[in-house]
Design a binder for this molecule. Structure first.
Ligand code: DUC
Ligand code: ZN
Ligand code: ZN
Ligand code: ZN
Length: 478
C-alpha cells in the first residue's frame, strides 16, 4: 500500500483551519500532524512514497455533489454526460463523490430502475458515487418497495410536484410516500414547483407567440415554487417526514423553508450555483450572433434562474450564510445546443431542462469566499461536509481526519481559473453555461481514496476507480 504526505498546507474544515501535514496510507487518512512532524526521529517526508507540497495552499476534503443527473432521459433525449465523462469532469473540479438519481418511471418497478442505474454506473466512474431514487410513479408496488431502499444504501428518494405526465406525483401519492419516509428515516427530496399551474401559463405564452427561452423563466413563476414548497412542508408536517427541498431559487420559497426550520421541523434545502450567479435578464434573456434569442436555451433549467431585479440571488447567498440553506449541489444535467437544446427552437417547452456544472461547483463557491459572501470554513461545509452528513456518508467523506477516505483537494488561493470551452471544460457539452466566469483560485491536486486523479494540470485517474457508496440514513436526523 502506498503512502503519501501532503505537507505544509492549511487544512480547512467546516469548523476551522490549521497548519498541518496529512498522512495517507492506502485509501485512508491515517494522521493529521503538526507541520514538520517526524517519525521516530526521522523526517516523515523521507519515509513515504510520495510527498505533495501544499505550502501556501488549502487542503480540504473532496467535494461532495449530492445532485447530479448523468445520462438522465429527459425531453426526448438524454443528458449528455455519461457516468464516465461526468465523473471525470467532477474529478477535474475537485468533486470526489457524487450522488446521482436512479429513475423509476411510471409503471416500472423501483428495483428495476435502480438496477438499471447500477448498470449504467458500474465500472464507468472516476470518483465514488451513490444514488437517490426518483419515484416517478408512486403506485402500491413502489410504496411497498421503498423501505427496502435503506438496505440498498439508497437512503433518499425524490418526487416531483412539477412535470405532469412525466415524473409528477399528486399530493395523495406524496403523502403516502412521506408516511414511509417518516417510518423508515428515508429522506424525502422534493422538486417543489406547481407543475400543472406552470404548464397552463406556458401553454398560454406559446399561444401568444412567446416561444423564446426567456419565457421559460416567465412561465415558471416564483409563486409556483413558493406554493409547492409550502405544500411539501405541510405534507412533511402532517406525516413527520424529513424533507429536503432541491434546487431552491425563489426567495419566497426560501422564506417558507426558514419559517418551517424556525418552527423546529426537519426541513433542509440546497441551492445551486446558477441561482447564485445567473438571472432571467442576463441569461435566459441573452442573445448571441450564433443563436439569436435562442442563446437563452443554454440557461434553461428548472427551477429557473430568476430576476435579478427581484434580488433572488442575494437572498440565496444570504440563506447560505444564515444556514436557512445548508448546502450547494449542482443539479448537473447537461445538454448540448446541437440536436438537444435545439429541440426547443420555436417552443421553449421542448428545450431539455438542465445546466452542466459538476466541474465548476467548488471553484464557483470559492469565488464567494473571495468576494466575502461566505467564509472559507463555510465553503468546505456547504460543498463537502454537510452534503456528506445530510446523506449518510460523513466520517468516510466530508472531513479530513484519521479513518476518513483520503478524498483530498489541494486548493491554491493564489491560482486562477478561467472557465470555458478550450480552457477548463471537460464536461461532454458543446458549450459551457459558465463561459467567461473567472475564479481567483485553482484546484491543484485531487486525490480519491489515496489515488491522485489530478496533479499539475494533468489527469491521472482511471475509469472504474469510483465505486458505489452504500449510504446510511441522514446524520441530521436523531
Ligand atoms: N431540472 C432540471 O433543470 N433538469 C433536470 C430535472 C430538473 O428538475
Ligand atoms: Zn428537480
Ligand atoms: Zn435534479
Ligand atoms: Zn495551480
Amino acid at each position: 500500500m502506498s503512502t503519501t504526505l501532503i505537507k505544509g498546507g492549511t487544512v480547512v474544515s467546516a469548523t476551522g483551519r490549521v497548519l498541518a501535514d496529512v498522512l495517507v496510507d492506502g485509501e485512508s487518512i491515517v494522521a493529521v500532524l503538526a507541520p514538520g512532524s517526524t517519525s521516530l526521529g526521522h523526517d516523515l517526508a523521507a519515509t513515504v512514497d510520495r510527498v505533495i507540497d501544499a505550502t501556501g495552499k488549502y487542503v480540504i476534503p473532496g467535494g461532495v455533489d449530492a445532485h447530479t443527473h448523468m445520462q438522465l432521459p429527459f425531453g426526448g433525449t438524454s443528458a449528455s454526460d455519461t457516468f464516465e465523462t461526468g465523473t471525470k469532469a467532477a474529478a477535474w473540479g475537485g468533486t470526489t463523490s457524487i450522488i446521482d438519481f436512479a429513475v423509476q418511471r411510471t409503471g416500472e418497478k423501483v428495483q428495476d430502475g435502480l438496477a438499471e442505474w447500477h448498470g449504467l454506473a458500474n465500472g464507468e466512474c472516476f470518483v465514488d458515487y451513490g444514488f437517490h431514487q426518483i419515484i416517478g410513479g408512486a403506485d402500491a408496488d413502489a410504496l411497498a418497495y421503498l423501505p427496502r431502499l435503506v438496505d440498498e444504501g439508497v437512503t433518499s428518494f425524490k418526487m416531483f410536484m412539477a412535470y405532469p405526465g412525466v415524473f409528477h406525483s399528486d399530493d395523495a401519492q406524496i403523502l403516502k410516500a412521506m408516511q414511509v419516509s417518516a417510518d423508515t428515516g428515508l429522506m424525502t427530496m422534493m422538486h417543489a414547483e406547481n407543475g400543472p399551474v406552470i404548464d397552463v401559463i406556458a401553454e398560454q405564452l406559446v399561444a401568444q407567440g412567446k416561444t423564446d427561452p426567456y419565457y421559460h423563466g416567465i412561465a415558471r413563476v416564483w409563486q409556483a415554487e413558493e406554493e409547492a414548497t409550502h405544500r411539501a412542508i405541510m405534507l412533511g408536517n402532517i406525516t413527520g417526514a424529513p424533507l429536503y427541498v432541491v434546487h431552491v431559487s425563489a426567495k419566497q420559497a426560501l422564506a417558507q423553508i426558514a419559517t418551517a426550520r424556525d418552527g423546529g421541523q426537519n426541513v433542509f434545502a440546497e441551492t445551486c450555483p446558477q441561482y447564485l450567479y445567473m438571472s432571467l435578464e442576463e441569461h435566459l434573456g441573452a442573445t448571441s450572433e450564433e443563436w439569436g434569442a435562442f442563446e437563452g436555451a443554454k440557461y434553461v433549467c428548472s427551477t429557473p434562474v430568476r430576476s435579478r431585479e427581484e434580488q433572488h440571488q442575494d437572498a440565496m447567498w444570504n440563506g447560505l450564510r444564515t444556514n436557512d440553506l445548508q448546502m450547494v449541489s449542482t443539479d448537473h444535467c447537461p445538454f448540448c445546443m446541437k440536436d438537444q437544446k435545439e429541440l426547443g427552437l420555436g417552443d421553449f417547452r421542448a428545450i431539455p431542462n438542465g445546466i452542466g456544472s459538476v466541474e465548476h461547483r467548488m471553484d464557483l463557491l470559492y469565488q464567494g469566499v473571495v468576494t466575502g459572501e461566505i467564509t472559507l470554513e463555510r465553503w468546505v461545509e456547504l460543498t463537502s461536509t454537510t452534503p456528506a452528513r445530510m446523506f449518510g456518508m460523513y466520517g468516510r467523506k466530508g472531513v479530513i481526519q484519521p479513518g476518513a477516505d483520503a478524498d483530498i483537494v489541494v486548493y491554491d488561493p493564489n491560482g486562477h481559473t478561467s472557465i470555458g470551452v478550450g480552457k477548463t471544460h471537460h464536461m461532454n457539452m458543446d458549450h459551457s453555461a459558465w463561459e467567461g466566469f473567472e475564479v481567483d483560485g485553482h484546484v491543484d491536486v485531487v486525490l480519491s481514496r489515496g489515488t491522485v486523479l489530478v496533479e499539475d494540470g494533468e489527469f491521472h485517474g482511471k475509469k472504474g476507480h469510483g465505486s458505489f457508496l452504500k449510504r446510511g440514513l441522514s446524520q441530521y436526523l436523531i
